[in-house]
Design a protein around this ligand. Structure first.
Ligand code: GAL
Length: 417
């Protein structure tokens, strides 16, 4: 009885605080980079959820896939002493902000709601610092996917490639037929996203771990790494001439419209197909990059709650609770292309790609084949990641041959640490 009364009192206090927040026009201010059609559709699920609770939403979108520009804006806001309430964040960036003491402790919400029991360890390592939950995990994305236009593949007699050699042959067939084989946007984070999968295929999981997580110079300088760069050169030869600077969602549109056969991109690309009313298995195909069928290179979007004066605010608590609710985890991720951050959410509402994503994630976690994405800040810290981006992009644009790229990678990583 007493604990019931206490809970009720807290609930009433939260409701009152939330109501007050709405009345004086505060609510939550949310900084994010979800600006493409599919991303915005997913974000609307969260906005609608909070608005339904009477909590106002001030939108702070910063365009730029992968979030680099958003992180620059965030740094400026924090430096000016004006941090937003909640900020989309990835991997090591979250740990860095927590270590700077910038984030609120969410334990009061996380413990009451049992987050420890339902959020997998791979995510907890980027959401908890020194025993304190500092961010609310929204989803799990993964980067080693390929998206294909089914009609284009069928018209050219191309089956889903199983190996790198199959994939290279498919690219050749499309080029010969006058179709752009690969839709790509030449931006460093996109080059690196492609490299995640290519490196996993060439190095294998142990090599990926050694090179990108352990930063072992031998793995960074291995023949397998040179092979990864050679494969990147094949991919570079199969993009159209206007690839430079193109946004990722415009590259996805090329596959949707049948202008290109494939896109190698994280499963946020699926949000674009769905937003264009396309159906997996009928209009488009999703499959793991050949040679990485057993692996998952993941990144998880989370909302960091910036400390607003010691305690987590009522609005931040409500946002965290909304994000972790099983119904939201399903509704949001069905639209976003990602899979739930909780292990106890049903796959019933997910399409074929989503169901595969959930099954692949569980299998990879079980078999030790789940790896943090280098390209999306889950393998190493920002300084190292950015050093890797520079080398990958310079090689992609023909500044270095593969052998030079390997040497440059070793040096860049050494300097960045
Ligand atoms: C990723 C993020 C995804 C998606 C993508 C493109 O870093 O995890 O949610 O937004 O960038 O913007």
């Amino acid at each position: 009885m007493r604990s019931y009364m206490k809970t009720t009192a807290i609930a009433l206090a939260l409701t009152a605080a939330a109501g007050a927040a709405k009345a004086d026009g505060h609510g939550v201010e949310v900084l994010h980079w979800w600006t493409s059609g599919g991303e915005a559709a997913a974000l609307n699920v969260l906005k609608g959820d909070l608005e339904g609770q009477g909590i106002g939403w001030t939108d702070m979108p910063v365009a730029g896939g992968g979030g680099e520009q958003a992180m620059t804006v965030l740094r400026a806001r924090v430096t000016a002493g004006n941090a937003p309430t909640a900020v989309q964040g990835l991997g090591f960036d979250i740990i860095d902000w927590a270590n700077e003491g910038a984030l609120a402790n969410l334990n009061s919400v996380a413990i009451a709601e049992g987050w420890d029991d339902v959020i997998p360890a791979a995510l907890q390592q980027f959401a908890k610092v020194d025993g304190a939950w500092v961010s609310a995990p929204v989803n799990v994305h993964s980067t080693n996917w390929v998206w294909a236009n089914k009609a284009v593949l069928d018209a050219n007699g191309i089956a889903v490639p199983e190996t790198w050699e199959d994939f290279a042959a498919a690219l050749e067939a499309l080029a010969a037929a006058g179709v752009t084989p690969i839709a790509h946007g030449g931006q460093p984070w996109q080059d690196a996203t492609v490299f995640d999968a290519v490196a996993m295929s060439a190095l294998g999981p142990d090599g990926y771990q050694a090179a990108f997580v352990d930063l072992d110079p031998e793995a960074l300088g291995s023949d397998a790494m040179k092979e990864a760069f050679d494969r990147m050169a094949v991919i570079r030869a199969n993009v159209d001439e206007n690839f430079s600077g193109r946004d990722w969602n415009l590259a996805t549109a090329m596959v949707i419209n049948g202008e290109a056969g494939f896109q190698m991109m994280g499963d946020w690309a699926k949000g674009e197909f769905l937003n264009a009313d396309k159906v997996p298995g009928e209009d488009f195909l999703c499959f793991r990059f050949p040679g990485t069928q057993d692996q998952v290179t993941f990144n998880a979007d989370q909302f960091m709650m910036f400390d607003q004066g010691g305690e987590v605010s009522a609005e931040q608590a409500a946002l965290a609770t909304a994000i972790l609710s099983p119904s939201f985890q399903s509704a949001f991720n069905v639209v976003k292309g990602s899979v739930p951050a909780r292990t106890d959410v049903s796959n019933a509402d997910f399409d074929a790609c989503g169901k595969q994503g959930m099954a692949d994630l569980a299998a990879a976690a079980e078999s030790g084949n789940l790896y943090g994405s280098m390209a999306h800040g889950h393998a190493n810290e920002a300084s190292v990641k950015n050093a890797m981006y520079d080398v990958i992009t310079a090689h992609f644009n023909g500044e270095f041959d593969s052998e030079t790229a390997v040497d440059e990678l070793i040096t860049a990583v050494e300097i960045a640490q």
